[in-house]
Design a protein around this ligand. Sequence first.
Ligand code: ACO
Length: 324
Amino acid sequence: MPYAKITGSGGCLPPRIVSNDELAAELAGRGIETSDEWIVERTGIRQRHIAAPGVKTSELATEAARLAMQDAGVQAGDVDLIVLATSTPDYVFPSTACLVQANLGIKGGAAFDVQAVCSGFVYALATAEAMIRVGRARTALVIGAEVFSSILDWSDRSTCVLFGDGAGAVVLQASDEPGILAAQLNADGSQMKILCAAGNVSHGKVEGDPFLRMDGQAVFKLAVTSLARSARDVCAQGGVELSDLDWMIPHQANVRILNFLSRKLGVPDEKVVVTLDKHANTSAASVPLALDAARRDGRVRSGDLVLMQGVGGGFTWGSVLARM
Ligand code: ACO
């Protein structure tokens, strides 16, 4: 049975950067009070990238995937699987994965979306790995992409300051050498209300609430406990100790969650990749964007042991342990 190994990565962020001060000034114009000081202290976020009106998730995803293919040295004809994680698809259907397939001139193979909100990338990576391991694919594009700004209520200061737009992608290929060592996915649908966008278009009208709603403190508590448990479980499954990890790349939701988590697990802060200050929370894109940033600046190197973790709406969470 072949292993599945990450052989390339890419990222795409929309060019418009909105600093906390700029966002605070914009919100003040609408009578909503916030500040750089509040946002940095409570979240660690300093800025976010926001897509121009009309920019779709598939456009960001296509560019991230193109860069990942270039990095891995694979051609359109090599790709026989696309798994794309998003909660902000371009359309109800076809899937955003199919749109990316067409944009890149990839023909044949499977292409589909997975929806696990901020856990989406680890869900997608574990799914693609399983398909490669059983021989259903040899070269997969695994993408996390979001235009989360499109589902934010810009009059709700407790959520609109937290998120940004972007896409990250990896190429995952069949390999004789170990790559993905273990994966673990979880969900608890009974917690759906603490983080949701509980609306849809039906009969041509918006039904329910199309905007993201969150009980921040409940999410905070559940995120820390579930990620800590999942990290221990996936390391045990992969036959490694937490102290063996070279890097942790948790979902970038809040720097206080990252600090709590690393302390709980006894992993030094220097081993935790943080991009949240620059990207904010990009949901399914946060882990592949952070991985790509750390690979490109030389922190994550070939042979490193990396733990990637997602947590988000559903409630969902999961981990993937990988030898790079
Ligand atoms: N600017 C200024 N004040 C604000 C803002 C803001 N942007 N947002 C909320 N406040 C106010 C509140 O109104 C409240 O005021 P009050 O005391 O007068 O009522 C006060 O700040 C404290 O609000 P809390 O919600 O208690 O603030 P908390 O310290 O819990 O921080 C936060 C909120 C940052 C959302 C925190 O709960 C958190 O980090 N939760 C984790 C959830 C998370 O990161 N979610 C991201 C998406 S989910 C995911 O990706 C897994």
